[in-house]
Design a protein around this ligand. Structure first.
Ligand code: 15L
Length: 289
C-alpha cells in the first residue's frame, strides 16, 4: 500500500479525506495541531509548514504528498505569507529533497474568484485572485509548475470549490465538491501514470458549475454528485447578499473580505471573556532583622 502524506490533516477537508481514503492508502497525517483518535492505517507526524526542518522530517519516505496545510481563508498578509507562501514553498522543497515525485496541491476557487459569475472558465484562463489568500494559491500553482518543469516532479493543482456533505448556499451550488468526488479526484492525482503538471477544478458534476472541467475529465474524473439535488432547498433559505460585488463575482464575499475568518460563514458570536483567574499574592520574603 502506498504511503501518502496529508498536510493540514486536522482541518475539515483533511477529515473528509481521511475517512474516504481509509484502506486505500497508508496515511501519514501531519498538522500543527495534534490529531487524536487515529484509525487503523494512520500515523501522525506533527509539524509546522513554515519550518523547512519540520517539513523535511514530515515528507520523508512517502510516495506522495497531498498538501492541504496552511491558512484556509482570507487573512492578514503576515499570516498568509508565513502559512501559505513560505509554508507551501517548504512543502515543495522538502518533498523534492526527499525524492517524493508526486505532489497534489490544494489550491482554491479563490485563485480565480474575480471572474464573473456569467463566465465559464477552464484551467487555462489567466488567474484572477480575489484575496491575499487567492494570491497565495496562485503562488502555489506557479511553484508547482516550476517544480514540475525544473525538477521533474509530478504536480496536480486542485482548485477546490467547497468540500461539504451538501452545498450550503447559492454560490456553493456552483462550487460544491462532495467528499466522495474529492476522494476520486485525489485518487487520480495520486495514482494516474504519466502526469507532469495539471490544474483541475475540485468540484462535483454540478449543473450550475462555472467551470469547464474537461482537463479533469481527460484524466479520468467522473463525478458522482451534483449539487442540483439540494438546489430547491438551498435557494428557499437564501437571503439576498449585502454587497453587489460579492454577488457578481465567483469568489463571493472573498472579493470584499479583509479579515481572517471564512467570510462566507455566518458571523461567529464573540466568546464571553472568561472570568479572570485570581493570581495568588506573592509572598514577600521578610527582611531579616
Ligand atoms: C476556500 O478556499 C476555503 O478554504 C474554504 O474555507 C471555503 O471558504 C471555500 O474556499 C469556498 O469558497 O467556499
Amino acid at each position: 500500500m502506498k504511503k501518502i502524506l496529508i498536510t493540514g490533516a486536522a482541518g475539515d477537508v483533511g477529515g473528509h479525506l481521511r475517512r474516504e481514503l481509509a484502506g486505500r492508502y497508508a496515511l501519514r497525517l501531519s498538522d500543527i495541531r495534534p490529531i487524536k483518535g487515529l484509525a487503523a492505517g494512520e500515523e501522525f507526524v506533527g509539524g509546522d509548514c513554515a519550518s523547512l526542518r519540520d517539513m523535511l522530517r514530515v515528507t520523508r519516505d512517502v510516495a506522495a504528498v497531498v498538501h492541504l496545510g496552511g491558512f484556509s481563508v482570507e487573512g492578514p498578509w503576515e499570516v498568509i505569507l508565513r502559512a501559505n507562501i513560505v509554508g507551501t514553498y517548504n512543502v515543495f522543497e522538502a518533498a523534492r529533497r526527499n525524492g517524493v515525485r508526486r505532489l497534489v496541491f490544494a489550491t482554491s476557487n479563490h485563485a480565480v474568484g474575480f471572474y464573473d459569475r456569467d463566465d465559464t472558465i477552464d484551467t487555462r484562463v489567466y488567474p484572477k485572485p480575489d484575496s491575499r489568500y487567492g494570491v497565495s494559491k496562485v503562488f502555489g500553482e506557479a511553484l508547482g509548475s516550476l517544480y514540475a518543469d525544473k525538477y521533474g516532479m509530478e504536480v496536480v493543482c486542485m482548485r477546490i470549490g467547497n468540500v461539504a456533505p451538501r452545498p450550503v448556499d447559492k454560490r456553493r451550488l456552483s462550487t460544491w465538491l462532495s467528499p466522495r468526488d474529492l476522494a476520486q479526484l485525489v485518487g487520480i492525482a495520486i495514482d494516474r501514470e504519466g502526469l507532469r503538471f495539471e490544474i483541475v477544478y475540485g468540484v462535483s458534476g454540478n449543473k450550475r458549475s462555472w467551470y469547464d472541467n474537461s482537463n479533469a475529465e481527460r484524466l479520468g474524473y467522473r463525478p458522482q454528485d451534483d449539487s442540483e439535488t439540494w438546489a430547491e432547498e438551498v435557494l428557499k433559505n437564501e437571503s439576498p447578499g449585502a454587497d453587489p460585488r460579492a454577488e457578481r463575482f465567483q469568489g463571493g464575499t472573498f472579493v470584499v473580505a479583509e479579515d481572517g475568518r471564512d467570510p462566507t460563514r455566518a458571523p461567529v458570536k464573540p466568546a464571553r471573556p472568561k472570568a479572570r483567574a485570581r493570581t495568588p499574592k506573592r509572598k514577600t520574603a521578610r527582611k531579616r532583622k
